[in-house]
Design a protein around this ligand. Sequence first.
Ligand SMILES: *[C@@H]1O[C@H](CO)[C@@H](O)[C@H](O)[C@H]1NC(C)=O
Ligand SMILES: *[C@@H]1O[C@H](CO)[C@@H](O)[C@H](O)[C@H]1NC(C)=O
Ligand SMILES: *[C@@H]1O[C@H](CO)[C@@H](O)[C@H](O)[C@H]1NC(C)=O
Ligand SMILES: *[C@@H]1O[C@H](CO)[C@@H](O)[C@H](O)[C@H]1NC(C)=O
Ligand SMILES: *[C@@H]1O[C@H](CO)[C@@H](O)[C@H](O)[C@H]1NC(C)=O
Ligand SMILES: *[C@@H]1O[C@H](CO)[C@@H](O)[C@H](O)[C@H]1NC(C)=O
Length: 498
Amino acid sequence: PSNMVALILLFVVLTSQTVCPYKCQCFTPAQVLCADDRMAYVPSDTSKEVKDFIMMTSPLAYLFPHILADSPQLTKLVFLNNVLRSIHAQAFVNLTQLQELEISGNPMLDHLFPGTFSKQGNLTKLQLNFNKFPTVLPGMFDSLKKLETLEMKSNVISHLPAFLFLNLHNLRVLDLSQNKIEDVKRETFYGLANLEILKLNNNAIGNLTHVITQLDHEVFSALTKLKVLNLRGNLLTTFSDKVFGFEASNLKELNLKDNRLTELSSLGRLTSLSDLILSSNRLSNLPEDIFRNITLLENLDLSENHFTSLPETIFSKLFRITSLHLNKNNISKVDAKLFEDQNLIQQLYLSDNQLETLPLGLFETFAIQHTVRLHGNPWKCDCHMSYLHDWVLRNSQVIEMLHRVSCKTPAFLRSQTILSLDKDQLVCPVSRDETSDLNSCSIQASGDTMIIKCKVDRCSPLTVKVQFQGVEGSIEEHILKNESESSQCSNEKISPIK
Ligand SMILES: *[C@@H]1O[C@H](CO)[C@@H](O)[C@H](O)[C@H]1NC(C)=O
Ligand SMILES: *[C@@H]1O[C@H](CO)[C@@H](O)[C@H](O)[C@H]1NC(C)=O
Ligand SMILES: *[C@@H]1O[C@H](CO)[C@@H](O)[C@H](O)[C@H]1NC(C)=O
Ligand SMILES: *[C@@H]1O[C@H](CO)[C@@H](O)[C@H](O)[C@H]1NC(C)=O
Ligand SMILES: *[C@@H]1O[C@H](CO)[C@@H](O)[C@H](O)[C@H]1NC(C)=O
Ligand SMILES: *[C@@H]1O[C@H](CO)[C@@H](O)[C@H](O)[C@H]1NC(C)=O
């Protein structure tokens, strides 16, 4: 019957295919995955059809010469989370077609022999992450002329030789993050004329005994195409655009988060920059023209620093800013014109500062849909808050964590949200230098009694309001007004009704 024929045919098809190496799995003839916790060697019986070979979580400790020599057509080779200790210099000599090679996650792999990658001229991606390399020998990458991505994340690299990357003219991405690099030298980056992304984050750059620690001038001068520079999590105390040499740089993203910056000397050459992250540093003031040439800036993060105020014109002409983070500083005063040019803002974080009030008109320039954070400030809910109060009421839908935007003073409004306040609760205490009838008021306390004495002219509009506030928030109000002849007084100004 035809069923039987089909079954036999299927059997023939299956068995005619090349056998998968013992203890490995082959989802297609082109892909071999070996993940056996007793497999201490690389199989030698791989076929001519295999393109991708992956070996992971095995007790594999050594790579001997000529591995996978029967599969010279291999284009992708991955060793992930094994226990490699040593790789023979001839291990990969038969694998000239390799385009991707990964040797990652070997906690005891601390060296590579010269020439290990000498036949990998077709390689475009090399990943050597999560091993124990303290450095890389000079010349190690000299054959990799087509390499586009090189990752050595999370090793223990403390220094790299000069000219290490000299032949890597096609390299686009270099990841050296999570190592122990304390200093970088200009010669290390020679040859990387097409590098676009450089990750040096989470190292110890700047960990020198000098008081001021900074990168050498022109250290990145070879990297004329660089777009993204990540220096997050290092120990720099200052930063200057002089690291890029004299050309106007093409840099679009610069991340300096989590360093020890106390000053920024100049950024004027970074005319292409759109993202600048300076959060979690020790900055307390900036020159007012520091961002002046960075007119393409879109995202600026100054959060978690020590600012108490910012120069009035520091954001002038930065018309493209969409996100501005000033949260977690010590800012107690914001100038009315600070955001004058930020028409396109979408995200403004002023939360967790020392602001008591905001000036009239501060937010009126914002033209498009935006979100604002204002919580975590000691808002002073008095007569000077009417602009902010009014704005909060009108724009409650754009304020994030609105329920945390609350008064710190005066005491009787403490912890009340600004949203819940009535306009006539925003009062100022009587002060002698005000120029109204209040001028002539005085307050005296005598025993349980508080006496407010006001000298007034005839027809004064003065009203005295007394509020007794209960602990549960109930309010009992008493109003005193000299009504007796007031109708007569007002009749003098408005036309008589009768
Ligand atoms: C692997 O490469 C070596 C050195 O180039 C060569 O002697 C050997 O014959 C190759 N092995 C195979 C199976 O092609
Ligand atoms: C790259 O691969 C081609 C075949 O696709 C091969 O002829 C050539 O030898 C390889 N290049 C290098 C430098 O190994
Ligand atoms: C900085 O250097 C000191 C002394 O050389 C060392 O003890 C410390 O661990 C280094 N810090 C970092 C973050 O590497
Ligand atoms: C801005 O750039 C111009 C020319 O490119 C330069 O002369 C000036 O010093 C720069 N200004 C700042 C504040 O960096
Ligand atoms: C914030 O300012 C207060 C006084 O203005 C000061 O005592 C405090 O140290 C400042 N905090 C920071 C983190 O700069
Ligand atoms: C208040 O009322 C008294 C009489 O009741 C009147 O003599 C006096 O002019 C009034 N004062 C004002 C300021 O209206």
